[in-house]
Design a protein around this ligand. Structure first.
Ligand SMILES: *Cc1c(COP(=O)(O)O)cnc(C)c1O
Length: 422
């Protein structure tokens, strides 16, 4: 069934660490060999062995319109005919920046970069420069890319000083990072009282430990705590941005951050990230201000064309109505199946982000999520893959529903899930 994938993986391991360019792709958390992908279209993805799958990875979020969207594809083709990169200003980057500013309340200026990681790194530098403070607060289980300061998980206890999560991260970088428990305002307050904190960075919906929703009042509470002590609130909207709606989590939850960070959807499948916020903060960035940050390929015209075409498509409210409806159908269906099969499981959802947790009934912070039954997930993952559904190869990732997913895709998925779990 997967002979060509297997052969490619053997070659890949020889020339790339673990055979991949990003760790989770290697299927370590579920076992087996990764699929090598040949192409994708709409809600379907096809491996090099010719198997078809309903795709809930969607490139980890960017493909909100579905794969191979005609408008995005044509915009890329057209832009690429004019040249791949100039290292000089273009109209496309102005138009994409204007689009983002028009979409997101509170964002007055943006700077384009090439990944979510780079956007986070740059936003942290800006927050530190803006406040003249060094410490940053992040939350256990939130992922903000692989910059040194963010590769920190909490030790035991809810509130700990950061310890590096990876060899190669110096304690001098990790030690400036304080870790709080998600959804725990008291913990954040205690950290803010004791330390001079430049910013609190948070995934407004934590979508890198499965899907964990903010409790009522958590995000607005963060805003108040930050405002009271002069720290900036940074929303990492790399997943939620343009997914929970045009204005992302800021609009969805009605909380304006001081800075917001984007990636994934913003590039339409091309490598794009961005950070933005109020004018007086963003004007500290070079060359209008002293905070240095640059990029040879930042604002790349082909990538900007892809992002612009995708955001233009998202101006149609129907897209959000559809993905929310499909997300709801999927989540309700999965809950029902879990109940009928007598499995201990829980489903978390917001909009088109869905997660089926095995072994736990509720998940609202890292401590609860960590109790999930990852072995059962691995078996479910392989059962679903054998039946033609491509899920994330880890319990701690979201299912992404796109505009191309139809009711019959969802119902077919539920049918396969029921058979797998039985
Ligand atoms: C994916 C992700 C990042 C990192 O983005 P890259 O483009 O992979 O560097 C940062 N924050 C969140 C919330 C993400 O999901």
């Amino acid at each position: 069934m997967t002979n060509i994938s297997k052969a490619l993986f053997e070659r890949a391991i020889n020339v790339m660490p673990g055979g991949v360019n990003s760790p989770v792709r290697a299927f370590k958390a579920v076992g087996g060999n990764p699929l090598f992908i040949d192409r994708a279209d709409g809600s379907k993805i096809y491996d090099v062995d010719g198997n078809e799958y309903i795709d809930y990875v969607c490139s980890w979020g960017p493909m909100i319109l579905g794969h191979n969207n005609a408008a995005v594809r044509e915009a890329v083709a057209k832009a690429s005919q004019k040249g791949m990169s100039f290292g000089a200003p273009t109209e496309a980057e102005v138009r994409l920046a204007e689009k983002i500013v028009s979409f997101v309340p509170g964002i007055e200026m943006v700077r384009m970069v090439n990944s979510g990681t780079e956007a986070v790194m740059s936003a942290l530098r800006l927050a530190r420069a803006c406040t003249g403070r060094r410490k940053v607060v992040k939350f256990e289980g939130c992922y903000h890319g692989h910059a040194d300061a963010m590769l920190v998980k909490a030790g035991s206890g809810a509130l700990t000083l950061g310890e590096p999560d990876s060899p190669g991260v110096p304690e001098s970088a990790a030690g400036e990072t304080l870790v709080a428990a998600y959804n725990d305002l008291d913990g954040v307050e205690a950290l803010l009282k004791k330390n001079d904190v430049a910013c609190v960075i948070v995934e407004p919906v934590a979508a890198n430990m499965g899907v964990v929703l903010p409790r009522d009042g958590f995000l607005s509470g963060l805003k108040e705590l930050c405002a009271a002590c002069g720290a900036l609130l940074v929303f990492d909207e790399v997943i939620t941005g343009f997914r929970l709606g045009k204005g992302g989590a800021q609009e969805y939850y009605g909380v304006a951050a001081d800075l917001a960070v984007y990636g994934k959807i913003i590039g339409g499948g091309m490598p794009v990230g961005a950070y933005g916020g109020r004018r007086e903060i963003m004007e500290l960035v070079a060359p209008s201000g002293p905070v240095y940050q640059a990029g040879t390929l930042s604002g790349n015209p082909v990538a900007m064309a892809a992002g612009l075409a995708q955001l233009e498509a998202l101006e149609n409210r129907d897209v959000y109505n559809h993905i929310d409806k499909m997300g709801e159908r999927l989540a309700l269906g999965l809950s029902g199946i879990a109940q009928r099969s007598g499995l201990k499981a829980g489903v978390n959802r917001v909009g088109s982000l869905v997660c089926l947790f095995f072994g736990i009934e509720s998940a609202d912070d890292y401590k609860s999520v960590k109790k999930a039954d990852t072995e059962r997930y691995a078996r479910y993952f392989h059962g679903m893959m054998d039946k033609g559904v491509y899920l994330a190869p880890s319990q701690f990732e979201a299912m992404f529903v796109s505009a191309a997913h139809t009711e019959s895709d969802i119902d077919a998925t539920l049918d396969k899930a029921e058979r797998t779990l039985r």
